[in-house]
Design a protein around this ligand. Structure first.
Ligand code: PAF
Length: 282
């Protein structure tokens, strides 16, 4: 596996691969790699000739009160996992390579960035859109792979690529879960043993709501209210629990009328967890 730390090195390796006719995949990550990330790499490798994985903890998507400083980092372990999985290149740019002095540009995808996590983490998706736009222009991949666990992020990145004519196909990959249903996330490492035991309730509640709405698409109000009660009873502080259109993120507050997702964000102690499941009316 090759390692690039500058945009020039990245571009020079990719130019060679493109000359050989290889289709290039990009898997953007912030490191602390787990099986969810490795599933993205596996899918990328199955569909493209060369797979690039970027590792960059992006300060622009963290608010000053958030966990940028303590976000889990482990370059050596990450590189070992990528090597084993068969990635072709790891791109690990230092901060000044991504945001040199005087950097002054911000990318905003309006509409999709506003509800759900956008309402609770002001500026977060501008930071994501800015760094992803840069990674896309630095590497010009044919395809880029993102997890459905961050479903709102996936929609925002897809819109960004389309609106800016970046020529990259954005592929969503289903969430990888622990056996008890907890979605894999680098932030699960923050959970205490007691919180870890309570955490799968998030997916249980989402699954129950999706099942109930399949049986009765008009029961949104009732199901959301009882979901919030259940999560609060299990020790979560719920930020949002909502049903929204799977493409536009338009809210569905009374009836599910089109393919939708049930979205949740909730805190267990100091750990903020998010998850979502699909729900298609019969
Ligand atoms: O999902 C993530 O890990 C990050 O938001 C991303 C897409 C790598 C941008 O920093």
């Amino acid at each position: 596996m090759e390692i690039a730390r500058s945009i020039a090195e990245l571009r020079s390796t990719l130019a060679g691969w493109r000359q050989e006719g290889a289709k290039i995949a990009l898997v953007p990550t912030m490191g602390a790699l787990h099986e969810g990330h490795l599933a993205l790499v596996g899918r990328a490798k199955a569909e493209c000739g060369r797979t690039v994985v970027s590792i960059f903890v992006n300060p622009k998507q963290f608010a000053p009160s958030e966990d940028f400083a303590s976000y889990p980092r482990g370059e050596a372990e990450d590189l070992e996992k990528l090597q084993k999985k068969g990635a072709d290149l790891a791109f690990l740019p230092p901060l000044a390579e991504v945001y040199p002095d005087g950097f002054a540009t911000s990318v905003r995808v309006t509409g999709l960035s506003e509800p759900l996590c956008g309402a609770h983490r002001p500026g977060h998706f501008d930071g994501v859109a800015t760094v992803v736009a840069k990674l896309f222009t630095q590497s010009s991949p044919d395809r880029a792979y993102f997890g459905e666990k961050d479903y709102q992020q996936l929609l925002i990145v897809r819109r960004l690529a389309r609106d800016l004519d970046l020529g990259v196909e954005v592929v969503g990959v289903p969430t990888v879960r622990e056996e008890d249903g907890l979605a894999l996330s680098s932030r699960n490492a923050y959970l205490s043993p007691a919180e870890r035991q309570a955490a799968p309730e998030l997916y249980r509640v989402l699954s129950r709501i999706a099942g109930a709405l399949r049986a009765d698409p008009r029961a949104v109000g009732r199901e959301i209210a009882s979901g919030i009660d259940d999560l609060s009873g299990a020790g979560f502080a719920v930020e949002y629990l909502e049903v929204r259109d799977a493409e536009s993120l338009a809210p569905m507050t009374s009836e599910v009328t089109a393919p939708a997702r049930v979205f949740v964000a909730a805190r267990l102690g100091r750990t903020r967890l998010i998850d979502n499941v699909p729900m298609t009316p019969k």
